[in-house]
Design a protein around this ligand. Sequence first.
Ligand SMILES: Cc1ncc(COP(=O)(O)O)c(C=O)c1O
Length: 389
Amino acid sequence: MYNKNLVDDIMKILSVNNESNLPLHNPVFSGNEEKYLIDCVRSNFVSSVGEYVIKFEKMLVDYTGSKYAVVAVNGTAALQVSLQLAGVEENDEVLIPALSFIATANAVRYLNAIPHFLDVGYESLGIDPNDLDIYLSDFIEFHNGLARNKFTRRYIKAIVPMHTFGHPVDMDALCEVASKFRLTVVEDAAESLGSFYKNKHTGTFGKVSALSFNGNKIITTGGGGAILTDDDELARIAKHITTTAKIPHQWEYRHDMVGYNFRMPAINAALGCAQLEQLPQFVLNKRKLADYYKRKFSKIDGVSFFSEPEYAKSNYWLNVLLLDKENAGFRDNILEETNNAGIMTRPVWKLLNTLEMYQNYPAMPLTVSRDLEQRIINIPSSAYLAENL
Ligand SMILES: Cc1ncc(COP(=O)(O)O)c(C=O)c1O
């Protein structure tokens, strides 16, 4: 039976400021964007050499507290390089959440490595360290000092916590489990710029981590990403490998390894500088919008608003409405009614291990992920929506 009251209640709350067109996440360009872009064009340095690239990297370092930031063409490329720097090689297994955007798995496959899908937990919507510990105890053995899957005999080099919709995974607990099983942590922090775990920025716990500045993220460079690390040598290699591994020389073309053309152009970095200046305000606005949703949805039976874990201060990148189990069957009605009314809502990604190209890879029992897949609805989350609340 179709629950009309529930759908009406949801529509009322989502009609923030009575706006008729509510995208899921639009960027806000209300700072120095045009000024820096014009300046960048006039400088002639719009490509991978340019002041704005250096400036944007410095600003990222200052904001996140990471020792180094190396900007890249997008978050997927940043994650691929991060995994490579973490030592992932062909045929290694990499532990990733099944509930994630496709890029997390693709980055693993670009290195010809094998994604091994993990369940997530209800606290953060990301990897649950307690379940992980129990699961790994069952199938990891040590061989040549490295973790190996007892059943597939493949080495497991890295684990990739992803901070879902900006909500940080419990990183102290996760790093403890990773260290117990000798796994390198590579954070997929694509969604969590502006999110902190116990006052430390996400993306600064992994040996190497990736950020994204895609058009739908909390700040955007059009397309773009960054590699974060505290490791001097890895930062040097990150910069080298993303710039075709060219040895600096005034005129000679000499390259000492197979590198990538993954460097972020200065024109994108110029946009990034203007956006990053506004990030603290974006985070405030998004937290205010989340507060509004939390208050309103607490009065409605049948759904709840997903709030940040206690240990975290989240950027609330994409807000999450969680249908009660008995209402999961109405998800598609809600998606249809809201989208028809100009209120953009989305279901969560299909579990990665159910996609055709990822069906035959190892996976943990995915009980929580399957449940959440039926019940999550992402609702409009643009920072500007909070301005008149
Ligand atoms: C979890 C996750 N990982 C990786 C990416 C890849 O970032 P990009 O789109 O910049 O390549 C995204 C976002 O798009 C993402 O949400």
